[in-house]
Design a protein around this ligand. Structure first.
Ligand SMILES: [Zn+2]
Length: 434
């Protein structure tokens, strides 16, 4: 029985020479994948047409049932992991095949999208080699690539030696809290794994493919501002002051002027409610507001996000924001609260080794070498939760545009490409000898 570190060395020793041409098994994989490209599109269409915004639990489960059918069909043992009621999320689909002597793979996808059931953007629409639809890129295409890469390996007799866990999360776009509960199974799978692969969208830019070896952390903040409600004829005088909305504007403007600008540090004010009657539910990202043009408002709530490359940078930004918040205008007060969401995924040597391997495959597929993507160019993902337990490579999904917008689209030719990359990567890293 080999332990985890022995397996890792064994996997690294198995690395092929760069520029190595495709072997017979790899050619068979490619033929199989090209022959099943339309089946992959059909699975994408089926899942995109099931609305599965994170808070639409029935929809997330329905997408999960489709993926369960597919993964069980490949012979993986599937399990729907329920979340406790207090977490208020649909749960996750895990599928396992733990037999085999090769390095252990964790393949990460997610079932949810940012488009809730009341969103106007709901349908898969195909136009030649391009498709639009909610989640068509982020990341139902990535889920399809996971399924078809495993199918290609299985149908060609190449999956037996590869231990694999597939984690399809039900709440990637809006993770359930606490993270210690909603990410427990994922982290356990990360401890088990030698190699984690994330299937969020692949990046093609400036005429080149890019590998994702690092991702920034992501966290949230809520700013609550209070002012003195009064007749607006008295605003700015000694007893009324500035009102909550001017104070909120001051704070956000100074965030923009003074905190913005450090490399890899970004923050966003996502939603704002202000007036004299204000409600906001951060778990739903929804609120209500009432106010009058002749009344000085007494309340504002702003909900935002913050991304950083390191824990130190995150702490520095939070301190600067707190100082600005404390510098209140007359008769106002404000409080900012921070909540962690994703840790950073730093660019480790192991991650870079995986990227070099993927780049060699990309070259063998005729697309040229891959660059290392600037971590400032993309957001966080669930792979960050396992990145301190295992080598990790992200961005193995499809290629598209407009994620998180009603223009989200996918280049359908990137489906077979992504399936080939993933299947050959697992095959090469999983080979017992070379
Ligand atoms: Zn995503």
């Amino acid at each position: 029985m080999l332990n985890k570190s022995t397996l890792l060395i064994y996997a690294l020793l198995a690395l092929p020479v760069y520029g190595q041409p495709l072997d017979d098994n790899e050619r068979r994989l490619i033929d199989w994948i090209d022959g099943h490209a339309e089946d992959a599109v059909a699975l994408l269409e089926e899942t995109v047409n099931i609305s599965s915004g994170t808070m639409n639990h029935a929809g997330v489960r329905a997408v999960g049932r489709v993926m369960q059918r597919e993964l069980a069909g490949i012979g993986l043992a599937t399990e729907w992991i329920e979340m406790p009621e207090t977490v208020d999320r649909a749960g996750h689909l895990f599928a396992r095949k733990e037999s085999g002597d090769g390095p252990r793979f964790l393949l990460i996808g997610h079932l949810d999208t940012v488009f809730e059931a009341d969103d106007a953007f709901q349908a898969f629409v195909r136009d030649g080699d391009r498709a639009t639809g909610p989640g068509v890129n982020d990341m139902k295409s990535g889920n399809v690539i996971i399924v078809y890469a495993l199918k290609a390996l299985e149908e060609n007799g190449l999956l037996d030696g590869i231990p694999v866990v597939v984690a399809l999360m039900g709440d990637e776009e809006k993770s359930g809290r606490p993270l210690s509960v909603s990410r427990k199974h994922l982290v356990e799978a990360g401890v088990w794994a030698d190699i984690a692969l994330g299937f969020e969208s692949a990046v093609y830019r400036d005429g080149q493919d890019w590998a994702t070896v690092a991702r920034r952390s992501s966290s949230r903040w809520i700013l609550t501002v209070e002012g003195r409600q009064a007749h607006s004829s008295g605003i700015f005088n000694e007893s009324v002051g500035a009102g909550a909305i001017f104070e909120a504007a001051r704070i956000l403007s100074r965030f923009y002027d003074e905190v913005r600008g450090e490399e890899y540090l970004t923050f966003n004010a996502g939603t704002i409610q202000g007036g004299t009657q204000v409600t906001y539910d951060p778990s739903q990202n929804r609120g209500t507001t009432f106010g009058k043009t002749n009344v000085v408002p007494n309340k504002v709530i702003v909900h935002g996000g913050l991304r950083s490359i390191s824990t130190e940078q995150l702490q520095r930004a939070r301190e600067a924001m707190r100082a600005i918040v404390a510098d209140s205008l007359p008769h106002t007060s404000a409080l900012i609260e921070f909540a962690d969401s994703y840790p950073p995924m730093p660019p480790t040597p192991g991650n870079r080794q995986l990227a070099a391997e993927l780049s060699a495959i990309n070259e063998a597929l005729g697309r040229g070498p891959m660059g290392e993507l600037d971590p400032g160019r993309r957001g966080a993902a669930d792979i960050s939760h396992v990145a301190n337990h295992t080598d990790a490579l992200a961005g193995l999904g499809g290629i598209g545009e407009g994620g998180h917008t009603p223009d989200e689209s996918l280049d359908l030719t990137s489906l077979p490409l992504g399936i080939k990359r993933a299947a050959i990567l697992m095959y090469r890293l999983g080979r017992p000898e070379d």
